[in-house]
Design a protein around this ligand. Structure first.
Ligand code: ADP
Ligand code: MG
Length: 265
């Protein structure tokens, strides 16, 4: 069996001294896309921050290639091979594309890999990042994680505020990262796009894992997703935020005031 690049066991994470994540056990394999889904406020970002060292890990172990990292400082986790594309992270707008990549580069990180993945950036190496489109800026942000030659990349909602076509373009990159042997952990508001791109999925509700299984099990099953997100019996009518999303199907990423029954499958 392949050793998981990232393995969490019984992980609890606090945010401002409040326990938010409880007893999360999951792993991410090299060369695969592991999708983390859940409603707003379910704890996805807190879990990623805990893995990266930006939120306090209260309990459990986090292993990177078999080595516990949960007690290491953030920069040591990064140096050990953990790349983190934070939610709403932006570029250094007054630096050029190339300078953005250079300031983040470390270890065996290679700008050529980024330019190959994103020919759009290759053409704009010397342009200030502030002049790029939203999608291109997100490419720079992804590129900055890649020039650290990571073993694991955590990507938190890279599609925020981007047009559907651009999101699709970025999703193909996610698959390419995995085929380079990276373990990709993908958090995505567009559940069906993520499930289409992913291998394995975990759904978080109220800080705990309520589903772990192959993405294929959830693909296109909006009703089951909704139940996993919010608990309770299946709905017969879609909620207020379950409109169409790129890639087809509904996004169950609705506000947290939906039904909150915590029946676990
Ligand atoms: N900086 C913070 N201080 C206190 N509580 C926070 C902070 N950030 C998030 N939380 C709380 O932690 C919970 C999980 O939030 P978050 O991890 O951002 O969820 P998600 O990324 O799934 O939307 C929510 O109840 C939220 O209110
Ligand atoms: Mg979040």
């Amino acid at each position: 069996m392949t050793v998981p690049a990232l393995a969490l066991e019984g992980v609890g994470v606090d945010r401002a001294e409040v326990p938010v994540i409880h007893d999360v056990t999951l792993d991410a394999a090299p060369g695969a896309v592991t999708v983390i889904l859940g409603a707003n406020g379910a704890g996805k970002t807190t879990l990623m921050d805990g893995i990266a060292g930006l939120a306090k890990v209260r309990s459990g172990t986090i292993r990177l290639d078999g080595t516990p990292i949960e007690k290491l400082a953030t920069f040591r986790r990064a140096r050990a091979g953990l790349g983190y594309v934070e939610q709403a992270r932006t570029t250094f707008r007054t630096l050029t594309v190339e300078q953005n990549l250079l300031v983040s580069q470390s270890g065996d990180g290679d700008l050529g890999t980024v330019y190959k993945l994103f020919p759009e950036l290759d053409k704009r190496r010397n342009l200030q990042a502030g002049y790029l489109s939203g999608g291109e800026q997100q490419m720079v942000v992804l590129g900055r994680a890649l020039v650290t030659a990571p073993k694991v990349v955590l990507i938190d909602e890279m599609s925020l505020g981007l047009a559907p076509l651009v999101v699709r373009r970025l999703m193909t990159t996610v698959g390419e990262l995995a085929s380079m042997g990276i373990a990709v952990v993908l958090i995505e508001q567009f559940a069906n796009l993520a499930l289409a791109a992913g291998d394995h999925a975990h759904v978080l509700r109220k800080g705990g894992v309520v589903f772990s299984g192959p993405c294929s099990e959830l693909r296109g099953d909006d009703e089951r997703l909704h139940r996993l997100y919010f608990g309770g019996p299946p709905l017969t009518t879609p909620g207020p935020s379950t409109g169409p999303v790129p890639g087809g199907g509904a996004t169950p990423d609705a506000p947290r005031n939906g039904p909150q029954e915590s029946e676990r499958p």
